[in-house]
Design a protein around this ligand. Structure first.
Ligand code: AMP
Ligand code: MG
Length: 488
């Protein structure tokens, strides 16, 4: 691997260098060979042969420089003060085969000075959820951390009950969270200039060409964050814990815990059971992204040439950027050109889904079966299932809507519309029930189901033979929602 450990060259107040605390008898959970190839990990025989020991914290290659980062954050709308890597370590920074910088961060690997009340560990259940989520989003082309693999161990960890300790080697383009800047502003304000230069030079070098690079950098962070959240809304992803310590300065996200992928469409859906007020409900995400940036940006006023007005100008395009990306994506999901007529049809469609609690992903995909039943037998079956769920009154609404929708697709552009729809409407999403089945098997020492789900999510837009009916089955509308909490 091409190492480039630069974080460790920054002021030592920003981190604490330490080795991981090994897990007992680590064993392979899953390994992402594609990520290993991308990182250059696969080209190193020692790394390949000893990956379980490395992820278990038993062996630290000489080129690694493990450290725990200090950061702070706003959690559920409240200033939480210092947080930091309480159970993870930045192990190494590398340049991957796409010339992209990547951080390797081992999560679940013991106490650090930032552990507060925690035990420094992660349980198998949450490790698998984070592993599959990063993979799912990455394969859907949504900015996200991903992972090289995970291990399970004999280390016992107390949560609501005793569980197996696990560790995940997270891979992300950056581990600098919005909360890093919040930490600096509170605890080491003299470092802000140097740290901002580091962020620009390392992650946004193109901003150096602007008259005021810091403003160009902040504009770029705002735009990237808006686009990521638009992607979430389009795919039906709810992060669950959009605290400022979980959003990165590259417009990506870290820490997947009580996330969920939308099943039966309900914009007010709250996946995280610990989120009693619904602050992080699906429909609130765009506004929360704005909220987070709005508490983050003022810290930069300390820098020369950065005024309150200039910062307001950086944030102002957030909504328009989000809207442009979201509306364009919505039209693509329907195979329609991006114009106002298409949008009104799109919003009527979403209302139909909501009123009938229809499955978000399956219903979008079913429209391919409406447009071309011969070419899309699987989707035609989805359509049959979907229409069978409509109430008698909704049948007429559906008839009218579908006629209007079809009339918007020019017959000469049908093939193009189908290709666009196929590329924007996944067949497979990571349903909570799906993750849960993989977790239950893994807790019994069987990782085949993790592997099968991993394979499905590697090609989410393709109908696959290894799928079962359960993989695409939405939950019973009358059953209580599966409890997914912050416990991890
Ligand atoms: P998260 O909910 O994973 O975003 O974590 C929020 C903060 O709590 C971060 O500073 C974590 O490092 C810390 N944290 C969460 N769980 C633990 C744990 N079991 N031990 C130590 N620190 C933890
Ligand atoms: Mg976090």
């Amino acid at each position: 691997m091409r190492y480039q450990n630069t974080y460790v060259t920054l002021d030592t107040r920003l981190y604490h260098e330490q080795p991981p605390t090994p897990l007992e008898r680590p064993r392979a959970g899953h390994f992402n060979t594609q990520v290993a190839q991308q990182l250059g990990w696969a080209e190193d025989d020692t790394l390949m042969a000893r990956w379980v020991e490395i992820l278990g914290g038993q062996y630290v290659p000489a080129e690694f420089r493990p450290l725990a980062m200090a950061y702070a954050g706003h959690q559920f709308g409240q200033w939480a003060g210092q947080l930091g890597d309480g159970r993870g370590l930045l192990m190494a920074q590398v340049i991957d085969n796409n010339e992209q910088r990547q951080d390797l961060h081992l999560k679940g690997i013991g106490l650090t000075p930032y552990s507060r009340m925690g035990d420094g560990r992660a349980v198998l259940r949450s490790t698998i959820r984070e592993y599959l989520c990063g993979h799912a989003l990455t394969q859907l082309d949504i900015p996200s951390s991903n992972a090289l693999g995970f291990v399970v161990s004999d280390t016992r960890v107390r949560r609501e009950r005793m569980e197996a300790g696990a560790a995940l080697m997270r891979v992300a383009d950056s581990h600098i969270r919005l909360g890093h800047v919040e930490w600096i502003a509170s605890f080491a304000p003299d470092l802000l200039g140097e740290f901002t230069d580091y962020m620009i030079d390392t992650y946004y070098p193109e901003c150096r060409e602007s008259e005021i690079p810091v403003l160009a950098f902040l504009q770029a962070v705002v735009a990237r964050t808006a686009r990521m959240i638009a992607d979430w809304q389009l795919i039906g992803f709810a992060h669950g814990v959009m605290n400022t310590d979980n959003l990165s300065i590259t417009g990506s996200t870290l820490d997947f815990g009580p996330f969920g992928f939308m099943e039966r469409f309900n914009p007010a859906w709250i996946n995280n059971h610990s989120d009693h007020t619904g602050r992080y409900a699906y429909q609130n995400q765009p506004a929360i992204g704005h909220w987070n940036l709005n508490v983050w940006l003022p810290h930069f006023m300390r820098l020369d040439g950065v005024t309150r007005d200039a910062l307001a100008d950086c944030l102002a395009p957030y909504e328009a950027t989000f809207m442009q990306h979201y509306q364009q994506g919505l039209c693509q999901k329907l195979g329609l050109p991006h114009r106002s007529e298409s949008l009104s049809v799109a919003f009527e469609w979403l209302t139909l889904l909501e009123d009938n609690s229809l499955d978000y992903s399956n219903s979008f995909r079913a429209l391919l079966g409406l447009l071309a039943p011969e070419d899309y037998p699987y989707e035609h079956q989805l359509l049959t299932t979907m229409t069978a769920e409509l109430s008698p009154e909704a049948q007429q609404v559906w008839q009218d809507w579908s006629a209007r929708y079809i009339s918007l697709i020019e017959s000469s552009k049908l093939a193009e519309a189908q290709a666009t729809m196929q590329a924007h409407n996944p067949v497979y999403i990571l349903r909570n029930s799906m993750a849960q089945r993989a977790i239950t098997a893994a807790q019994q020492g069987q990782f085949e189901e993790v592997d099968r789900v991993f394979t499905l999510l590697a090609n989410p837009y393709q109908v696959q033979d290894i799928a079962t009916e359960l993989d695409t089955l939405p939950p019973d509308p009358h059953a209580p929602q599966m409890p997914i909490s912050c416990s991890s």
